[in-house]
Design a binder for this molecule. Sequence first.
Ligand SMILES: Nc1ncnc2c1ncn2[C@@H]1O[C@H](COP(=O)(O)OP(=O)(O)OP(=O)(O)O)[C@@H](O)[C@H]1O
Ligand SMILES: [Mg+2]
Length: 701
Amino acid sequence: MQIKAFYPKCVSWERGVVTVFKDFIATLTGEVKKLFMNTIVIAIGVGILSTVFLLSDIPESVPDLVPYAKSAAMAGWLTAVVLITLAVTWAKCGELGAMLRYALSCIPRVAARLGFPNLIRIRGAGSGGNRLSRSLGPGLPSLSLLPAAPAEVAQDQRTGAGYARRVLAAFRRCGLAQPKDGRKEGMVQVVSYQAGPAATRVTVSLPDGFRLSQLKNASEDLCAALGAPTLQVVGGRRAGTANLIIGNHKRLPVYLRPSLEHSDFEKHLERAVLPFLVGVDDVGEPIFSDLVRVRHLLAGGATGSGKSWWLNQLLVTLLLTKSPSELRLVLIDPKKVEMAAYHNTVHTLSVATEVDDAVEILKNLVVEMDRRYKVFKDAGCRNIQQYHKRHDVSTMPYVVTVIDELADLMILAKKEVEPIIQRLAQLARAAGIHLVVASQRPSVDVVTGVIKANLPSRVVFRLLSQADYSTILNENPNTSLEGGGDGLALIEGQHGLIRFQGAGVGGDEDDLERVISKLNDFWRNNSKFAPAKVSLLENAAAVHADTVSVLAQTPLAQPSGSPQARPDSKGERTKMPTVSEEPGKQVFVLSPAASSGQAANVATIPMDGEGRSDLVNVPDLPEPDFDEFEEDDTLLQLKQLIAQTGETRADKLRDMLGVRKARLHELMQRLVAEGWLEPPPPNNPRASYRLVVSMEESRRQ
Ligand SMILES: Nc1ncnc2c1ncn2[C@@H]1O[C@H](COP(=O)(O)OP(=O)(O)OP(=O)(O)O)[C@@H](O)[C@H]1O
Ligand SMILES: [Mg+2]
């Protein structure tokens, strides 16, 4: 019985020692594990043999051996007891355990000094923290750069243990676990439990004749008996078991570090090229994915729902696992502050905070994609993975492009942005360019059919209405998310909708900035992994001087408001810079981090008669002809905007729609004529319009 108090995860005596021991062994790896196991086996073997020897009649004939046998028996049993105690103490969260852990935590450092890095592997527990940490591979930063989960998070262990202890009593109270003839056989037994941020999974064994459906029918009674907010019964993984998913009263914060310390992540790293954490499930099991596998991602969620935190843990995971010679980041940050911490990192290739710059960068990415296809064609490769088998990764690093707010781009430059995103989404994966796009507003004018069709993997956080969930997921999840990182994911390669809790890099933005700064220092000081020149065009220039040539180191991409990017007098945006010294060639600027002070790289690409680059034989996608429908389109957009947001103030709508005052006035008049809006009273023309149709009706229309 005492074992439960000693090690709360053990809810049954029989399995107690085995569970603790397994936990401990799982924290060791390679040579240490072998050494530990072999020592115990040998110690127990010596103990058994010498004891048997002493208990037999043999010592009478060889009395000289008795003292040796006694010493061997003592040494054997003592060693076994000490090592097993060490294992139990290690796994237990106690004072002695903490001291031992501290002493042992010095081993990797000492080992690293002696030239044996990564001697000890740490398996992340659901509650994380308090364990030895290590890097994710040779030459990669240590996970100790990430903040450990605070003690509060260990509370999930206690909540879980509490539920596990009370489950049998709840069964009895519901008349589900009466001992037959006073015997415990044939009763439901608790096998194990796993505590997570939102729920605890208690696995119970079902005795013969006890059906799962019986348990399902009793789930409400059990829930009430436990005093839990929710309880769900599902079949267990092993035959004859069932899982009770018992909701916690309070969702606990999730930190990134324990998930990356989890042994599953180590396995995932062996397969994944651009690994990231989707989140943890209800019971704290991490869900990992690979950006290369999912191609591109679309993340939607109302303001404050957790998009940026989610993007941060994705970016930090990439910075922890990929050197700047393997990965470069392109950041489109219309809110200017959301990704400010990354603006100067070594990995960052380019940053845009203005819509104009963003459009330029996206266009340049298309050019880069085209160039890469041409390089593949010449090298006889089909994609970047094949190319990397024959060439160093740094000659063509992966490029992850993050757009923190798609709505800003779509409202002000839909005409340009939508086809570019479509083209990149369709073709860029093979070229090692991936998009991660976030949007506050999943309305159909932002997350259009074209965008959805091309970004099939989606992550959704709390949204304002069920219609919004349906817009982004194409199905109604019949549930509402709670915010603060509570999310649903529809990930290519994973079955159905997955509910998850997003992880925070730390407890707040300061933690995040500290981590990014430490990571940046790590990579900056690591000359082995110099950032790949994405002056990617530069590398290509060496190979394909005839088609691509780097002209010069020139100033950064034109800031918005520069003559090239500023809207012209008709309110239309000017085209990409097309000035070239050489006739028939077009100049593209691939700018480095705007604030890094690095120079931009300019390349000339041969153009055909129609002004298209002739680099690759990539099928041209039809350019949608928006002009024909522009009139009605803008009106429709305005209607959708009002229907989604309920906003009727002219200045706000003008900002959101990105049209001029006169144009908006014209459109508002049409809505008045159609009976949608009531104009402001003549004596107060500055007042807002009033929505006449109901919000419900406006959405239907
Ligand atoms: N995974 C998480 N765990 C705990 N708290 C979270 C998590 N995600 C978000 N939060 C909380 O919610 C706040 C807002 O999150 P975040 O900045 O990511 O929202 P957002 O969706 O990007 O909003 P906006 O669209 O306005 O930029 C955070 O400051 C944090 O307090
Ligand atoms: Mg945000």
